[in-house]
Design a protein around this ligand. Sequence first.
Ligand code: F3S
Length: 108
Amino acid sequence: MTYVVTENCIRCKYTDCVEACPIDDCFKEGENFLVIDPEECIDCSLCVPECPAGAIYAEDDVPDDQLEYIALNAELAKDWPAINEVKDPLPGAEQWVDVTDKLQFLSR
Ligand code: F3S
């Protein structure tokens, strides 16, 4: 099993999850979204309560309307660089956190 970052992260990218993660190179960073590398995740769950956007789920608990994020995390983790340090959230994160259907805004 792995943990999965879902759409609430898009255009927010708070990065608190990175600090909670005990594994180097588990989170990978895109321009406006992070993903979890399923090959690195040790299923510890420490990142889940740390995300202010509630974006992270255990693979088995991903909501039905966001199941595509399981494959998306695995796919993008192969291409994106690792992030191991917390950064400032993206500008406007507070406005974007409650927006739904954000996949259209994902920068790949
Ligand atoms: Fe994204 Fe939440 Fe991490 S918004 S960057 S999954 S803390």
